[in-house]
Design a protein around this ligand. Structure first.
Ligand SMILES: Cc1ncc(COP(=O)(O)O)c(C=O)c1O
Length: 469
């Protein structure tokens, strides 16, 4: 008896069939029943999976059709399968529950009910209809070669659309040839760190994930002091640094823009030392009270490598980002990309190119800007009413705010929030381990993370977790 059922009549099905004793029909049926039951119990065949018609499976396995039909009936009677006229034989829902319970019995603690963790847009707002319309249009129009091996720099359609968008909306100076498509800004950062090699300066408070990525790429990270103007440039005569990673439009996580004098100072540092500034423009589209701060890259395209991503504007699940690179690092970055990371999904790239070109990206960003501004205002008003002793900072832009807490209360507040089912991170999580702990206690509150339907309840949980005066 064979284990692969893959005739043209049905659907492929892999079964771990034990050889039936003596080839008897009852032995074959028992082996089939047990193989199917085990596949469902283990969760490999999930609820709703349609099994091949009995005739097709019988043909594939080289057994009598009745043997398969009887095996199916037995499993229907036991509740593992359901059989409905017209929709075939499927794995039952109850079976999934049983299998799922078995799988999760040993799983870790339950997920928190509410989340204000920074780093996510409101994923319930993903523009499904417009994205599907772009996918349909883009895939219909794409040339055949789009579905073959691609250019490691990315699809030309996307690089053109991104170049136009970045020049228009973010003040970036580029043409499509300087753009290399990546899977995310994190991916771009890792590629760049591998390409430039050597220690990288990072902001004294920043994304821990980026520090990990840099370490993984072999780069030692050196913290830069943050003051009221943002990061202080490294001492040009100190340790030789290959790069400085900055969030100039909106410092992550503390929330201010890099002061104009610092912008020029970093460019000057790069010119004198030959290092590059890596500009992480992760949420530059979201500025609420005045014009967005333009990209630092616009000041010095040969000194600044710009990283962009759709993780905040659209969804972190769309694995597309871009790098705008100084001429002299392009080849090294492409060499690091190498054979394993040569391409990002061409269908997503083509869809995004259409999405940008048709104006859907701008429309979505503008709609989300309005939504997030309202949320930010609600956060500020709610805190003013319920926790007036908590000072809110970093609110002019972005998708998160920093709540300054009374000294010595941060850890207890995060713990109290967890007890209420609310996930939220304290400011000290973001501190570089070698940098000074010179920030007040605080919470980094990602107000874009909950859906609108859950926002009020999430804020209520936050207010209950905050220390009382
Ligand atoms: C500072 C910062 N940069 C970049 C990103 C986005 O990264 P990616 O494009 O790798 O998803 C995030 C997301 O949380 C972030 O907080």
């Amino acid at each position: 008896m064979k284990s692969w059922a893959n005739s043209g009549l049905g659907r492929d099905l892999h079964l771990d069939l034990a050889a039936p004793a003596g080839g008897r029909t009852s032995g074959v049926r028992a082996a089939l029943v047990s193989a199917l039951r085990e596949s469902i119990r283990s969760g490999r065949l999930v609820a709703g999976t349609t099994l091949p018609p009995s005739r097709a499976l019988a043909l594939d396995l080289g057994v009598a059709r009745n043997t398969v039909a009887e095996a199916y009936s037995e499993l229907v009677a036991e509740g593992w399968l359901t059989a409905r006229q017209g929709s075939g034989t499927r794995v039952a829902d109850r079976a999934r529950e049983t299998a799922h319970r078995a799988q999760t019995r040993s799983a870790s603690a339950p997920r928190p009910a509410w989340s204000l963790l920074p780093g996510s847009p409101d994923v319930a707002e993903f523009p499904r209809a417009a994205w599907m319309a772009s996918a349909r249009r883009a895939l219909t129009a794409a040339p055949h070669d789009a579905f073959g091996p691609g250019d490691p720099r990315g699809r030309p359609e996307l690089r053109r659309a991104v170049a136009e968008y970045l020049a228009r909306a973010r003040g970036v100076r580029t043409d499509p040839d300087r753009i290399v498509v990546s899977a995310s800004s994190g991916h771009g950062l890792w590629l760049l760190a591998r390409a430039v090699q050597g220690p990288v300066a990072v902001e004294g408070y920043g994304l821990h994930f980026h520090r990990e990525l840099l370490g993984d790429a072999g780069a030692v990270t050196v913290p830069l002091h943050l003051d009221a103007h943002g990061a202080q440039p490294p001492d040009a005569t100190g340790t030789r640094l290959s790069a400085a990673l900055l969030t100039p439009a909106h410092q992550f996580p503390t929330g201010g823009p890099l002061h104009p004098s610092r912008r020029t100072a970093f460019v000057e540092w790069a010119r004198t030392t030959g290092g590059i500034v890596i500009e992480d423009d992760y949420d530059g589209e979201f500025r609420y009270d005045r014009q967005p701060v333009g990209a630092l890259q616009g000041l010095a395209p040969e000194q600044v490598a710009y990283l962009g991503t759709v993780s905040k504007t659209l969804s972190p699940a769309i694995r597309v980002g871009w790098m705008v690179l100084p001429e002299h690092v392009i080849d090294d970055v492409l060499a690091v990309k190498g054979v394993y990371e040569r391409w990002v999904s061409a269908t997503d790239q083509l869809t995004l190119a259409d999405f940008i070109e048709r104006g859907a990206f701008d429309r979505h960003v503008r709609r989300m800007r309005t939504l997030y501004r309202r949320r930010r205002d609600t956060l500020v008003e709610t805190l003013a009413a319920r926790s007036p002793h908590v000072h809110v900072t970093g609110i002019a832009a972005g998708l998160h705010a920093v709540l300054e807490l009374p000294a010595g209360t941060e850890a207890a507040t995060v713990g109290r929030a967890a007890g209420l089912g609310l996930a939220v991170e304290g400011l000290r999580t973001f501190r570089h381990p070698d940098g000074p702990a010179d920030r007040p206690d605080g919470l980094v509150v990602g107000y874009s993370t909950p859906s609108s339907a859950r926002f009020a309840a999430t804020l209520d949980a936050l207010c209950r977790a905050l220390p009382t005066p």
